[in-house]
Design a binder for this molecule. Structure first.
Ligand SMILES: *Cc1c(COP(=O)(O)O)cnc(C)c1O
Length: 490
């Protein structure tokens, strides 16, 4: 008979055995990742079969269970840690981040109340203030919270802006307001804002989508005009959202101009710098986000360009009391040991209640890589983006977005315009089918174009050259098929 506690604890030897085995497997994955297909062929049946192979009626050994999940992940996922995943802003997680999540799981500090996990809460505060000061906030004035990701940070921004403008919102809700609040973001902004508008009770129509100019950043005149139109119609503008590095094409809104407008109109300015925020770590890129220090609040995702495992979002603000006004609550069952201390219980300060030690992966990454390490990572990825742009130009591809961030949208303008085609999707499918790289499609001016982003600190010039070969090969194949088809028509 097994002792009841050893079922969940395992015994000491087994823990060492499993731990060693798992670390070997992780090490192997990190070292040999170029050998795996970047993305799997999608088969619903094969995945379902794999998932159901083990059953809860007949438990297996720990080693067998872990082997099973590792096999499944190896075979059936898009390998975002692969250096030729030129993808959405999913990084290759850094090793200290992986270790941090392991520590967090094992010690399981509960960060809801300061007194339950003082060192963890203070480490998070320390990291938040350091990052806030990189954005130009004064450390004393800055406040913030770690979030699950950018979506929660953006929702926090909408809620804090609402409470700031309409103090009765927290207690009496939207129904108490004599007016209909509206907010503004560009057509290229992230769709988590749409959800935020829904979640806070305003509804999606209250998010005014402002057109963008040719550089795909917000048209400030159109923004100003819409605010006037809304005021004249009896709406109450309360929030402008600038995007510091859009998800599609890496465009950066003119933050300073938007800050001027927000100041004149007495509106909260939020900068969604989920991805692009990391550009403040490199001196030559810092100016891209000029004016961000004037924002009332900022979203920044450490699980994007800081390469920590998901999820690690950050909301920071220079309004020290606004999180308290928005989220504070007293609950009899919460620990009281910290009541007489000059400390803040995180559950009074954010959407979450039980709270994981999200900040540890950022702390451990920063304390080992240093700001210097992050500077070189940001510079390296930016350089790889430049390299890709140069190689594309040499092979007669046309880059169609204008950013110095390593997000490259491109097409072959001759083919695209002469044949009005499925060109982009053909190329993208060829690349994915090769298993050698992952890129995606994004629509610019209603035309689908190819999108490749350097999200990985391990991507090298050789990886860029592999992508170029794949692209050029796929284009040649496309042209061949086109000419074969037209010969048949003759
Ligand atoms: C990724 C992203 C988000 C959403 O963040 P999650 O971490 O996925 O919740 C919001 N805004 C921008 C600009 C993003 O790139």
């Amino acid at each position: 008979m097994i002792k009841h506690n050893s079922i969940l604890n395992l015994d000491m030897d087994e823990r060492m055995d499993i731990g060693t085995y798992l670390l070997e497997q992780i090490n192997d994955y990190m070292t040999h990742i170029r050998g795996v297909r970047v993305s799997p062929e999608l088969s619903v049946d094969a995945v379902a079969e794999h998932v159901r192979r083990l059953s809860f009626e007949h438990p297996v050994s720990a080693r067998e269970a872990i082997y099973h999940i590792l096999e499944g992940l190896r075979q059936y996922q898009v390998h975002t840690p692969h250096p030729r995943y030129f993808g959405l802003y999913n990084p290759r997680p850094n090793f200290m981040g992986i270790m941090a999540d392991t520590i967090t799981a094992a010690f399981n500090p509960q960060l809801a109340a300061w007194s339950h996990a003082p060192v963890a809460v203070e480490m998070e505060n320390y990291v938040l203030k350091e990052i806030a000061s990189k954005f130009g906030y004064s450390a004393e004035a800055a406040d913030g919270t770690f979030t699950t990701g950018g979506a929660e940070a953006n929702l926090t921004a909408v809620l804090t802006a609402l409470v700031h403008r309409f103090p009765s919102y927290a207690k009496e809700g939207l129904r108490s307001l004599p007016t209909h609040p509206v907010m503004y973001a560009s057509a290229e902004s992230h769709h988590s804002l749409v959800k935020a508008a829904r979640s806070c009770g305003l509804g999606t129509d209250s998010l005014r989508i402002i057109t963008t100019g040719s550089e795909m950043h917000i048209d400030v005149h159109a923004l100003h005009h819409q605010i006037q139109v809304d005021r004249a119609a009896g709406y109450t503008p309360f929030l402008i959202i600038a995007t510091g590095g859009t998800t599609g094409a890496g465009a950066i809104d003119p933050i300073n101009k938007m800050a001027n407008l927000a100041e004149r109109e007495q509106l909260w300015l939020h900068v969604d710098a989920a991805y692009g925020g990391a550009s403040v770590f490199a001196p030559e890129l810092r100016d891209l986000l000029r004016g961000i220090d004037r924002a009332d609040s900022i979203t920044f995702d450490a699980h994007k360009w800081m390469s920590v495992p998901m999820g690690a979002g950050i909301y920071i603000t220079r309004h020290k009391d606004i999180l308290h006004k928005t989220f504070s609550i007293t609950a009899d069952y919460m620990p009281k040991e910290g009541a007489d201390l000059d400390v803040i219980d995180p559950f009074t300060h954010s959407i979450q209640w039980s709270r994981r030690f999200i900040g540890l992966k950022v702390y451990l990454s920063l304390v080992t890589a240093g700001w210097e390490g992050y500077r070189s990572v940001v510079q390296h990825q930016t350089e790889m983006g430049n390299r890709l742009r140069r190689e594309l130009a040499c092979s007669n591809w046309k880059v169609v977005n204008d950013t110095v961030l390593p997000v490259v949208c491109f097409t072959d303008s001759n083919i695209q315009s002469n044949i009005q085609s499925n060109f982009a999707s053909f190329i993208c499918q060829e690349i994915l089918r090769s298993g050698q790289a992952w890129i995606s499609i994004y629509e610019i001016n209603k035309a689908p174009v190819l999108r490749a982003c350097i999200t990985n600190y391990d991507t090298t010039e050789e990886d860029i050259m592999v992508l170029m070969q794949l692209l050029n090969g796929a284009r040649a194949k496309y042209l061949e098929e086109i000419s074969e088809r037209s010969e048949l028509n003759l």
